[in-house]
Write a protein that binds this ligand. Structure first.
Ligand SMILES: [Zn+2]
Ligand SMILES: [Zn+2]
Length: 279
């Protein structure tokens, strides 16, 4: 598997979709307008680090994804968090803006430790970090994770990998992509955002394969979003069905689906990996 290249056009597509959905769903407008500013920042950061690392990466000097490519060095050469924190304090919803304010009070060494800690645990042991503490480092290092993934080739798969074949991150989101007369199920990584092929009837958390224990719910409001639950482990994964809406951008449509998070909570299901905004 060769990873998909991301770049300016991918970020532009996310931004356009966020703006469109903000006008469609009033309850998610604030979150989506904020996300579109965040994606604008990530787009610039991606271009900057690609300029710095792209040549070394394409020369094949990368070792395994994590902790490979001396990710430590890469993180040290990222621009400082200062500008990003300022934007978050101004633009983020109150709880996340407060998290940004707390982190701005820390010194540069602590900022670096925060980024290193997320790089090691993100997408794998996030529960050790907590959704609010992880928002800032996650949003900030995501462009670096996407860049490294784009230059990494996964080892040939012998069976369906449970976790991301590039970086080892857990699935955040399912994606059904049109194939033949139906859809092919893929998983999107919570850390590097790459997709890989996945079995259709299979709980990504406890590996349940009994279809009767894996009920799928679809709300009238979001016909293209499947809430795929597991009665065995009570986790769920959300799947964006591109066979129903080919214009959806999975990462962004997921952020808009706030009522589905509330529904799942009320019904006792926990999300395998929360999205960037912790829902
Ligand atoms: Zn990954
Ligand atoms: Zn399960």
């Amino acid at each position: 598997m060769k990873a998909t290249q991301v770049g300016a056009s991918e970020y532009d597509a996310r931004i356009r979709r966020a703006e469109l959905l903000a006008s469609r769903y009033a309850f998610a407008a604030e979150v989506l307008r904020f996300y579109s500013q965040l994606a604008g920042f990530q787009k610039k950061l991606y271009a900057e680090i690609k300029k710095d690392f792209g040549r070394a990466l394409s020369a094949g000097r990368t070792s395994p994804f994590r902790p490979g490519f001396s990710a430590a060095d890469a993180i040290e050469t990222l621009p400082t968090l200062t500008n990003f924190l300022r934007l978050m304090e101004q633009a983020a919803p109150p709880a996340l803006a407060a998290a940004a304010r707390e982190i701005s009070k820390l010194d540069p060494t602590s900022h670096l430790s925060l980024l290193h800690a997320y790089w090691e645990l993100g997408g794998v042991n996030d529960q050790l970090i907590g959704p609010f503490a992880q928002f800032i480092p996650r949003a900030f290092v995501q462009p670096l994770a996407e860049l490294l993934a784009a230059y990494t080739t996964a080892p040939p798969a012998v069976s369906t990998p449970h976790d991301c074949p590039l970086c080892g991150g857990q699935p955040m989101l399912g994606v059904l992509r049109p194939e033949g007369d139906g859809g092919k199920r893929r998983m999107m990584c919570s850390f590097c955002l790459q997709e890989w092929d996945y079995r259709r009837i299979y709980c990504p958390s406890c590996h349940e394969t009994d279809e009767k224990k894996l009920p799928v719910y679809v709300a009238e409001q979001f016909p293209h979003i499947r809430v795929e639950t597991c009665e065995t482990c009570k986790t769920y994964i959300r799947t964006i069905d591109l066979t129903t809406d080919g214009n959806a951008v999975p990462l962004v449509d997921d952020l808009a689906a706030i009522p589905l998070s509330l529904w799942a909570q009320e019904h006792g299901y926990t999300r395998l990996q929360p999205n960037l905004l912790g829902t």
